[in-house]
Design a protein around this ligand. Structure first.
Ligand code: SF4
Length: 500
């Protein structure tokens, strides 16, 4: 291992603060917990950190792996002991995002581990399990690789059963709740953790080197009442649950001696029924809370005052579209007056930047949707400059990506040329007024769409991307009628998994 990489790993480990009551048993059974993205991103995922905590509480000795922590031979190594994946029999992956599947396979290949489940079975090789929102939404692209996929929200009671996942013929799923429906068809019920609201939520490890540097992350609300038709996070769980004020406050002070930063997590944490008393309590006690997301309609003036007082400098809002017809179809109505008013208030309260997320190509959007977007963005920037001269306005553009397990799973994805043309026009027009425009890559979004709505066929594409082929090289390997194929797969998944 090169001195630099070794130092990196040791440095990262040294700078972490582990809660004393969440320390792995030195004699526990080792298990690899893989977050197939960078250390900075993985250590900011409360889902991943919670899986780590459950494994520790169940008596395991987890070894954490991230895509960018490797030895001099480019082999992924664990943060804890620099061991390699190959040396650990059980390897559990946490998938928050579809593109991480490609990284996961790259990590296996770089570790010298057979990716094919069937070939591994023959040689008695490693045991691979996947979990997380992306694989819960659609496990089919992973079937050729994983021995088991946990469908739904993990609970501590399942951790000990993970290695005993049962197999049903060719189906490698961890069928915690399998059943036959009235037609005799085999199904899996997506697990919902009904004890979540009464259990603890916190970061067992904090580090200055995560995206939310030194923040103790606490999930305060699960599910989203808005349920925008394109949004996976808002639709994967129907029931809305929230944790009580007392329980959240108890968890908020676990790392109080090391850091005052608290990250309140949820689809939209500002929709928690006690958000105001919660923020007041935390700020009164010297803590620095921030919210993972905000919705325009829940942003009352006192909440903006508190957020500005807590040090928030950028107001980030998911607006998605300014077109009222599209807003009505999507189910997310944001009145322009209300938005302008919130922007003005936030900047007068002390914030310095407005960042708006918008989508192009949503179902029912007009062909010239960019014209209205440009008009509205200019209007917002004018209000922003009036409220705080020199403030920054940023527009983040994404193509709409049809995602499985959402009401828009069978809608079509915008072509690359159209997306690029629209982005170019928006960028040119808004640059004249100093508005910053950033956009997602169309190719990355296209791959996300394939993985989200595909099946085993896309599994082969993921493997080739992991080996190093580009998506352009693979276009000929895609099904001829891609739209029809993706729609068919969507019904295959919905016939197999019973959502809550
Ligand atoms: S986009 Fe935001 S508001 Fe809409 S369902 Fe998703 S989390 Fe909720």
């Amino acid at each position: 291992m090169s001195a630099r990489k070794q130092k990196n790993r040791i440095e990262l480990f040294k700078r972490e603060i582990h809660l004393p009551d969440c320390q792995p048993d030195k004699n526990g059974k080792p298990v690899a917990l893989v977050y197939p993205d960078s250390y900075e991103v993985g250590m900011s995922s409360l889902g991943y950190l919670t899986v780590y905590r459950y494994f520790v509480e169940a008596g395991f000795k987890p070894e954490r792996f991230f895509f960018n922590i490797r030895n001099s031979n480019n082999v992924p190594i664990s943060i804890e002991t620099a061991t390699t994946l190959k040396k650990l029999q059980t390897i559990a992956f946490h998938f928050s995002f579809e593109l991480d599947y490609i990284n996961a396979l790259k990590m296996l290949i770089d570790s010298g581990i057979e990716t094919s489940r069937k070939k591994r079975e023959k040689s008695g090789g490693h045991y691979l399990i996947a979990g997380g929102i992306a694989s819960t939404a659609n496990p089919l692209p992973l079937i050729k690789f994983m021995d088991a996929v946990f469908i739904g929200e993990l609970e501590s009671e399942y951790v000990n059963q993970i290695e005993n996942a049962c197999f049903d013929g060719d189906t490698p799923w961890f069928v915690s709740k399998e059943f036959e429906d009235s037609n005799g068809d085999y199904k899996v019920r997506q697990n919902q953790n009904n004890n979540w609201a009464s259990s603890s939520s916190f970061s067992p490890i904090i580090t200055p080197l995560s995206v939310f540097s030194m923040a103790n992350l606490i999930e305060i609300i699960r599910g989203c009442p808005v349920k925008c038709k394109f949004c996976l996070a808002g639709n994967i769980r129907q029931k809305i649950s929230e944790r009580s004020l007392n329980l959240i406050l108890e968890d908020a002070f676990r790392h109080e001696n090391e850091s005052k930063k608290i990250g309140l997590i949820g689809a939209i944490p500002s929709l928690h029924s006690s958000i105001m008393p919660l923020l007041e309590n935390l700020i009164d006690k010297g803590m620095k809370p921030s919210l993972s997301a905000l919705s325009v309609n829940s942003l009352k003036s006192p909440l903006l005052d508190l957020l500005a007082k807590g040090g928030m400098k950028t107001l980030t809002l998911g607006v998605e579209t300014f077109d009222e017809t599209v807003q009505r179809s999507v189910g997310k109505i944001i009145k322009l007056d209300g938005l302008l008013n919130r922007v003005e208030y936030a900047l007068k309260s002390g914030m310095r930047e407005i960042k708006l997320y918008l989508m192009l190509g949503l179902p029912d959007a007009a062909d010239n949707e960019e014209s209205l977007l440009i008009e509205r963005a200019l209007e917002i920037n004018k209000i922003a400059q009036g409220a705080r001269p020199g403030s920054r306005t940023t527009i983040s553009l994404n193509p709409f990506i049809p995602k499985i397990a959402t009401p828009y799973e069978r809608k079509s994805f915008m072509g690359e040329k159209t997306f690029r043309k629209k982005v170019r026009m928006i960028r040119t027009q808004l640059a004249k007024e100093g508005i910053n425009v950033i956009s997602e890559s169309h190719r990355g979004s296209f791959i996300q769409n394939l993985i989200s709505c595909g099946d085993e066929v896309i599994g082969d594409i993921i493997l080739r991307l992991a080996i190093g082929d580009s998506i352009n090289q693979l276009r000929n390997s895609l099904p001829d009628d891609l739209d029809a194929y993706l729609k068919e797969t969507a019904s295959k998944v919905s016939k197999t998994i019973l959502r809550n």
